[in-house]
Design a protein. Structure first.
Lengths: 333, 288
């Protein structure tokens, strides 16, 4: 079997497993896996920047939070918003924010880029934390889940967790396929080229700045998609969804899973939540469970030191050591 | 706004800015000389504040707490550099971010286990706990002036150290060409360890000396860290001069912002940063 075929089969098997899961998983676990799949979309969107374009954004939580607030603020307060306009609107708000900040942050490079993306996310945090716009630090409730209707016929009732689960699963697969498409195109190959050597791509005549901006905006909009779904699931937004710890966590998922592969961040999201649930398990860790971040922090340090290519790196080394077509992570000379 | 009130805010802004400089200068040095993005720098500020609180409880005076605490934090900084930070020099910034982010989580939880999650106050040292009357109702605390003075002295000391001493010369040389300095027979590893420890000590000292004013509370490091990032971005990476100018700008902008437009005060520093970025993408004193 060719590697491409192995990968296709593995993908289909995972999708099938996820599709069958609600048939035997309890409600708690269906909720949990839905949450993980939302995080997987979030992580894939960041991987487009970190793993493919070489832009280390430390402010990706901005889009996650902004989309949630967009749903809470744009939708009617006591009725359900229609998903047909509220989802595109939330993603458009995120794309616009990415476009405006992208014009600024993409002027910077390296350490600067990391700090400036963080600072802009933090600015947004203070917008929602300090002003009355989004209910301050208390946040806003979203009383009704958006409706998914054609005419009077309801396609799905997102109040039902199974319906929501399948809706998220379909979107996660759609994002995966979309990003595969994008990255397989000339545009996607050019992004990888920019990551490896920006000046050479410039010399070859590629509009580097515009490509990077397009990638930045796409990542922002897809990050917005995940934030929208999370706000729908929890029915609640507050400034914490914009906090820089959220940006740190999603970066952790991308690297833990393996940046520069699309399935890596999905694996990373699953692994991250699994670890979080393990370390905060009272039965295993007793009174230390409250301090699960201690173990998580230690784990993050170890990953940074010893697992730079993440779980995907382990899998690919085992599966086919010869087929290393992905670029190695850029090491500074 | 009358003159006395304006003067008070001006002094507060300068004091806050000078304090930021102590933290940001260490950050910018570690960036500029070692090429490391160090998220854990804010935790050193927190460490200083908590050390001051617990040591002052034991010894009964803030001065004694600082005298005991600073050597401890220097040792801590050297150990950390030797154990972990050293492995990051040749690595991509991404892994520096990840590792130091992990350390933040570790230190924050250690703080929670060792010292709990309560907010603690620390009294201003009795000797300095007086105020200078400005008008019949307004007065200015001497302790804030004292902090400003100490920060200025330290800033001057840092300038002398880097620009006028032999060690400073080696540090500057190490920033421009690590391998060359090493082949000249200078122990560059030791110099990096020292630079890192100096940064840790400055941040911890800022936390200690400011503890009576700000009180001691969980997550205090994160706030300072992000503001210091803004300072470094505005000032330009690696520029101590830039860090000073940017710290004072931020200190004044934030203080007057809190008074004049409290609703949007949290955003002002970031807007300032955006303006500087449009104007000079490498910061005020950065090399483009």
């Amino acid at each position: 079997m060719t590697p491409a075929r192995t990968r296709l089969f593995a993908l289909l098997a995972c999708a099938l497993l996820l599709a069958l899961f609600p048939l035997f998983g309890g409600t708690f676990y269906v909720q949990l896996i839905a949450k993980v799949m939302i995080l997987a979309i979030f992580a894939m969107s960041l991987d487009l920047l970190i793993g493919y374009t070489g832009l280390v954004s430390f402010g990706h939580a901005a889009y996650f939070g902004l989309a949630g607030y967009a749903l809470a603020l744009l939708g009617p307060k006591y009725e359900a918003a229609s998903l047909w306009w509220s989802l595109p609107a939330a993603m458009a708000v995120c794309a616009l924010f990415a476009l405006v900040t992208g014009l600024l942050v993409l002027r910077t490079k390296g350490i600067f880029f990391i700090m400036v993306t963080l600072a802009f996310a933090q600015m947004l945090y203070f917008v929602f934390h300090d002003t009355k716009l989004g209910g301050g630090s208390d946040g806003i409730y979203i009383y009704n889940k958006p409706e998914l209707k054609i005419g009077d016929f309801a396609l799905a009732n997102l109040d039902k967790i199974e319906h929501f689960y399948y809706f998220v699963l379909i979107l996660m697969l759609a994002v995966y396929l979309l990003l595969r498409r994008v990255l397989g195109s000339t545009f996607g190959r050019a992004l990888v080229g920019i990551k490896v050597n920006e000046h050479r791509m410039q010399a070859l005549g590629f509009p580097v700045f515009r490509y990077k901006l397009a990638s930045y905006v796409l990542a922002g909009a897809l990050g917005g998609l995940s934030g929208y779904l999370a706000a729908v699931q929890f029915g609640f937004v507050n400034p914490e969804i914009l906090s820089w710890h959220k940006s740190g966590q999603v970066m952790m998922m991308v690297i833990l899973g393996g940046m520069g592969t699309l399935y890596g961040p999905v694996l990373g999201a699953f692994a991250f939540v699994l670890l979080q649930e393990t370390f905060s398990n009272q039965a295993w860790f007793g009174s230390l469970a409250k301090h699960w971040q201690l173990a998580m922090g230690g784990f993050v340090v170890l990953v940074a030191l010893y697992l730079p290519r993440g779980l995907a790196g382990l899998i690919e080394r085992k599966a086919q050591p010869a087929v290393e077509e992905e670029e190695k992570p850029k090491e500074k000379p | 706004m009358d003159l006395a009130f304006f003067l008070i805010q001006l002094l507060n802004g300068l004091q806050y800015g000078l304090l930021l400089f102590l933290v940001a200068s260490g950050l910018t040095l570690v960036f500029g000389i070692m090429g490391i993005i160090n998220l854990v720098h804010g935790s050193f500020y927190m460490l200083g504040a908590y050390l001051a609180w617990s040591l002052a409880g034991l010894t009964g005076s803030l001065a004694a707490a600082i005298a005991v605490g600073i050597p401890l934090t220097v040792l801590f900084g050297m150990a950390l550099e030797w154990l972990l930070i050293r492995r990051l020099y040749e690595r991509d910034h991404l892994f520096q971010v990840l590792l130091t982010y992990g350390l933040i989580l570790v230190f924050e939880e250690m703080r929670s286990i060792l010292w709990g999650d309560d907010v603690h106050g620390l009294p201003v040292p009795a000797l300095l706990n007086v105020s200078i009357p400005l008008t019949e109702t307004l007065s200015y605390p001497v302790y804030r002036l004292f902090i400003s003075g100490v920060c200025l002295l330290l800033a001057f000391g840092l300038y002398l150290l880097i620009q006028k001493t032999r060690l400073g010369m080696m540090i500057r040389a190490g920033a421009s060409n690590r391998d060359m300095v090493q082949s000249l027979g200078i122990n560059i590893k030791l110099i990096y360890t020292l630079v890192f420890a100096i940064g840790v000590a400055l941040a911890a000292f800022a936390g200690m000396i400011n503890a009576p004013l700000s009180s001691v509370f969980p997550n205090m490091g994160g706030q300072v860290l992000i503001i210091c990032f803004v300072v470094v971005v505005i000032g330009g990476i690696g520029s101590v001069k830039g860090a000073m100018a940017a710290s004072l700008m931020i200190g004044l902008a934030d203080t007057f912002g809190q008074v004049l437009v409290p609703e949007v005060a949290g955003m002002i520093v970031y807007l300032l940063m955006a303006v500087v970025l449009v104007w000079r993408p490498a910061g005020l004193f950065g090399k483009a």
